[in-house]
Design a protein around this ligand. Sequence first.
Ligand code: FAD
Length: 370
Amino acid sequence: MPRVLIVGAGIAGLSTAWALARRGYAVEVFEQGPVPNPRASSYDEHRITRHVYGSTGYAELMPHAFALWDRLFADIGARHFDPLPLLVLQRERDAWFASSQASLDSLNVPYRAVQVETLAESYPMLSTEGVSAAFVCEGAGVLFPIRILIDLSVHLASLGVVFHANTKVTAVDLDAGTVSVDGGVRSGDVVVVAAGAWAERLVPALRALATPSRQAVLFLAPPPALADAWRDAPVILDIGAASGTYALPPRPGTRLKIGDHLFTRIGDPDDDRVAIEEDLGQLFDAARLAFRDFDAYRILERKICYYTVTDDERFVVRPLGRAGYIQSACSGHGFKLGPLIGEGVARAIAGETAAGDLAEWAAARPARAA
Ligand SMILES: Cc1cc2nc3c(=O)[nH]c(=O)nc-3n(C[C@H](O)[C@H](O)[C@H](O)COP(=O)(O)OP(=O)(O)OC[C@H]3O[C@@H](n4cnc5c(N)ncnc54)[C@H](O)[C@@H]3O)c2cc1C
């Protein structure tokens, strides 16, 4: 059976390994840190998943993504997903707000408008000043990545996938199908580079397309008076220009987390991962506009995470050379689509779909999204 060497044990690499192992491929995964690696973009307490997506074409992929998550949870024997409603808040008029509702219409995913006057009563943690419209939708929730990565790697090992932890790949030859590690060269039939924000070091061609971006998030303890409200809260997306934030409520085993939507496009993924004041200024400003009494929240962790950013927020996933693939989930929305994109890469490797179609499909260009 063909041998596939995968660089990176984040959700991208593990998902591709899962899809290939199910097809009977011999798979080896090389990871520069432990498996899973706390420095990976994929490693966190929770990630948002949602059908609602605006007009990019990714909404059309989401039903397939949800179906594959179900299959993955069945395979690993644990459902690391909490379905939660998603509350979207618009302040100044924003095209994304209307196009996201259109995407829900097209997928028949239920949503309902929330009267702005009732927002503060229903969601007492919000600062509602300036909110012009809001809706709550279904078809969303929270994935639990750390648990997913752990259980998936255990499952993959049981399928015969070979892990090389703490094994940094120093070079790849995407024509020969080889990776260089520990001063030696390992040969396969295909090499998949799923190296997250580090990928450009192995595939310099990626540099022109995707930029590593240093992103700050805060884990928080809300003031006691708001603890119950947060415990019952939906996932919250505030798309205001100044108040733009996302919030994941605390669920069993996770803390309240907030982040913002601005890409910094700076930094090096090998840098320290504790957010400093310069990283957090924008997020604090946004959070004070988005949440009532924000200064009364206690900070539990200031975390830095890296992902790659493309200009149009589309993924870079394509064949490269005679025996290689690059799999880069860009712009901060790649976790939810990990298993689906991994399936697409495996299909292309197996010849079930034309490898030449992969890039457009993974970029969710509408003509190819189906
Ligand atoms: C703050 C933040 C919030 C986010 N929120 C969401 C969200 O709500 N919903 C969502 O869907 N997505 C979200 N994302 C995006 C999502 O987490 C990423 O798109 C996804 O996890 C990327 O997975 P990956 O496997 O491509 O990269 P990674 O998880 O970074 O994995 C790459 C792996 O490759 C390894 N590696 C790199 N170089 C080498 C080498 N030379 N040799 C060996 N191993 C190597 C790394 O150590 C790492 O383990 C968010 C990301 C961040 C940072």
